[in-house]
Design a protein around this ligand. Structure first.
Ligand SMILES: Nc1ncnc2c1ncn2[C@@H]1O[C@H](COP(=O)(O)OP(=O)(O)OP(=O)(O)O)[C@@H](O)[C@H]1O
Length: 250
């Protein structure tokens, strides 16, 4: 069974058709990168995967069942702008994720459970290279470090599906390269399925095992909102040679 099954999926906002009749599936373990022109519905698609938006019509299944209509721990998201709490330390930011998951009402754990949460949070922060700054506050961290913290915050909840919305767009090239290595490493070690939106085609080709291109194939100047985006290319990128040959053709 596919992790995600999509059949004849449409998304409209009022009269505006954003996504038009999408049909494809995503298998567990894939690293899908999504590219496409601005406004073609990539973030909307990610929001539907997260549970923040629902499709207008069509089949949309997660592990063979209708998608949960609310965000949940099995689907984590990392945005380009960080979702960090400025008044909490690095360690507290990650612990809060565990505490809210385990105790949604109080948002707090006590005794042994708290100790375990602390150990898990420290292990996750070490895995993303923030083991030395556990007691710093987000404002004391560089952009790359803040993005590492956002990733730790998501991954500590052990999601099956990690959604990345242009997570590295604001970072300098050197730091981006470090983040690419980190995300590939975390993807492999945690058996994750990743869906990542990027504006950078090189990044899409380099990171993905599959590149999906969203674009509008029909345009009516009299009715600019009448048609939505479809998947115009679905390119498997399993090995580096294959990636390079596809990339040269484009
Ligand atoms: N909540 C909303 N209500 C109405 N229209 C919306 C809403 N959210 C998005 N849209 C519209 O849906 C279309 C797709 O937006 P979306 O943000 O998904 O595109 P995108 O491909 O992610 O763009 P970008 O690359 O610029 O981030 C746009 O025309 C946008 O104006």
């Amino acid at each position: 069974m596919s992790l995600i099954t999509i059949k004849n999926l449409w998304k409209r906002y009022g009269e505006t058709v954003v996504l038009e009749n999408l049909s494809f599936s995503i298998e567990a373990g894939e690293f899908c990168t999504l590219v496409g022109p601005s406004g073609c519905g990539k973030s909307t698609f990610l929001k539907m995967l997260l549970g923040e938006e629902s499709p207008t019509k069509g089949l949309f299944l997660f592990e063979g069942k209708p998608f949960p209509a609310e965000p949940s721990a099995e689907r984590g998201i990392v945005f380009q702008r960080y979702s960090l709490f400025s008044h909490l330390s690095v360690l507290e930011n990650v612990m809060l994720g565990i505490e809210l998951g385990a105790s949604p009402l109080l948002g707090k754990l006590f005794g042994k459970a708290k100790k375990r949460a602390r150990e898990e949070a420290i292990a996750m922060l070490e895995a993303v290279g923030l083991g030395d700054v556990l007691h710093h506050y987000p404002s004391q961290l560089s952009g790359g470090m803040q993005q590492r913290l956002s990733i730790a915050q998501s991954l500590v909840k052990k999601p099956k599906l990690l959604l990345l919305d242009e997570p590295f767009g604001a970072l300098d090239p050197g730091i981006r390269a470090d983040m690419h290595a980190l995300i590939l490493d975390l993807w492999k070690k945690n058996n994750l399925t990743v869906v990542m939106v990027t504006h950078d085609l090189h990044e899409g080709f380099y990171l993905g095992t599959r590149l999906l291109v969203f674009d509008k194939v029909r345009l009516d100047p009299q009715a600019p909102n009448a048609f939505g985006a479809k998947i115009t290319y679905d390119i498997p990128l399993h090995d580096k040679k294959e990636k390079e040959s596809v990339f040269k053709k484009n």
